[in-house]
Design a protein around this ligand. Structure first.
Ligand SMILES: Nc1nc2c(c(=O)[nH]1)N[C@H]1C(S)=C(S)[C@@H](COP(=O)(O)O)O[C@H]1N2
Ligand SMILES: [Mo]
Length: 457
């Protein structure tokens, strides 16, 4: 029986049946079950009628559950224990105080990352700040410099916005070819949450900015004293000071009690444990914007003040973590992924089965918001033994489309670390396993016309 489809049919039928009589309902359901049988089955199952999982009593169905007094702050089911952030030696100091823990984007659903899974990049460890002891100083070229307690700050009328934060080093290792057979490690330096806080422009309207204020320094209260300067146009557009993350206070890993949110721009501008905003006419040229976070070009010159994370996408399922080895011939399977752009709203995602030679349109799912993860999907009928090169490419309303790796290298050369947004490819092997490969030039083929496909380094 085609379970998923018949449930869907019942869903829509129930809505309609409110306005029709029972005879009409039966006639419709008969017609629908015929259509359901004629269509492609979405699900196939090996379940047997005498399956003990169906016919035997379960412990959880025959004994008391836990008292509700047991877990006053809830945790995921113990069976989800494998769904965690994971850390890597990359970007880590020996003691893991400067380190990164990446989000299991292959397990993410919808567009919100739960707080316990939000990626965490720290340059001096996770600070634990007492909000009663914390102050925000706003100083420099403002009419009324001010020091605020957290309670005072939260008196500003709040706004709630959904945005991703992405470290510009996301996928950066892949400049050297596929490094990880994992979507979590290859693309998990990002997460997306619903943030609550106040627009910096609203605070500035209150304090008054002097006309020659053109840059804002944001400084963290942690041991790394992360400092970055941000141009005023962006500050006055949509920069926020946030204290809420998915309906609760920011997590310590995200900068409790407050952080700066610079929607769509490099994650390191979103200064955590924020303690100071300073306005000036020139940029500060802090350590993190001179020695790091610049983009070296083939000429040897570096691009500075390069802030927005460009349009990007990835296939999260299938992925090396979620493969197709259990699929049977003819099974219908949903290819899913994420698309995002720091420059605007995703307008479309294409998917290729031949490493980017030909593309078809995928469907955007659910909410499509600016500077936010956008989920996309494509329903595929799997042929046992087929080999595919799955590549996705996204477009945004700023007019950008994801480049091929060759197109990107033409502009930034081969020494780049940050801002990699070239398309990425999973190879579906004959046995349904997924490997991360790199498809080189679309223009430059091997003599026999084949694409260059490089395996995991
Ligand atoms: N004060 C402070 N702010 C910081 C950092 C830091 O180490 N200290 N790390 C930055 C970097 S490099 C990134 S990518 C983002 C990561 O945000 P997250 O840890 O909430 O994911 O925070 C930025 N803000
Ligand atoms: Mo970062």
């Amino acid at each position: 029986m085609d379970i998923k489809k018949s449930q869907q049919d019942l869903g829509s039928l129930n809505e309609k049946s409110t306005s029709t009589d029972r005879r009409d309902f039966l006639a419709k359901s008969a017609a629908l079950s015929v259509t359901a049988l004629a269509g492609t089955a979405l699900l196939s199952s090996n379940a047997q009628a005498d399956d003990p999982a169906i016919v035997e009593p379960t412990t959880w169905g025959t004994k008391w559950g836990d008292p509700v007094t047991k877990n006053l702050y809830g945790m995921p089911s113990k069976y989800e224990h494998n769904v965690t952030r994971r850390y890597t030696k990359l970007l880590a100091s020996g003691n893991y105080r400067a380190s990164i823990a990446v989000t299991p984007i292959q397990e993410s659903m919808g567009i919100i990352t739960p707080n316990g899974l939000f990626f965490s990049r720290c340059h001096g460890g996770v600070a634990h700040i007492d909000p009663n002891e914390h102050r925000l100083m706003i100083t420099g070229l403002v009419e009324k410099p001010l020091v605020l307690t957290m309670k005072e700050l939260k008196r500003y009328p709040s706004v709630t916005r959904t945005h991703f934060i992405e470290c510009p080093a996301n996928g950066g290792q892949e400049w050297r070819g596929p490094q990880y057979n994992s979507v979590q490690f290859a693309k998990g330096f990002m997460s997306c949450a619903e943030w609550t806080g106040v627009y910096v422009k609203d605070i500035l309207a209150d304090l008054g900015v002097k006309p020659d204020a053109r840059w804002m320094l944001a400084e963290g209260g942690d041991s790394s004293k992360m400092g970055r300067t941000i141009p005023m146009e962006k500050v006055l557009d949509d920069a926020m000071i946030v204290w809420g993350q998915n309906g609760e206070a920011l997590r310590p890993e995200q900068g409790y009690p407050i952080r700066l949110l610079v929607p769509g721009w490099e994650g390191n501008l979103c200064v955590k444990w924020l303690r100071r905003l300073d306005f000036a006419s020139e940029p500060w040229y802090c350590k993190e914007e001179t020695s790091k976070y610049t983009v070296l070009k083939p000429t040897g010159k570096a691009i500075q003040h390069f802030y927005a994370n460009e349009v990007n996408s990835t296939v999260t399922s299938p992925s090396p973590e979620i493969d197709w080895s259990d699929l049977k011939d003819g099974d219908t399977v949903e290819i899913e992924g994420l698309a995002w752009s720091g420059m605007g709203t995703i307008t479309g995602v294409d998917i290729s089965f031949d490493g980017g030679r030909n593309y078809v349109q995928a469907e955007l799912k659910g909410l499509v918001l600016p500077k936010c993860w956008t989920r996309w999907s494509y329903v595929h009928t799997y042929k046992k033994g087929e080999e595919l090169l799955l590549t996705s490419r996204a477009m945004d309303d700023a007019g950008y489309i994801q480049p091929t790796i060759d197109q990107e290298e033409l502009v930034v050369g081969v020494e780049a670390v940050y801002h990699r947004n070239a398309v990425e490819t999973w190879k579906v092997e004959k046995d349904g396993k997924i490997t991360h490969v790199e498809v080189r030039s679309q223009l430059d083929r091997k003599p026999n016309g084949e694409l260059f496909v490089e395996g995991k380094a």
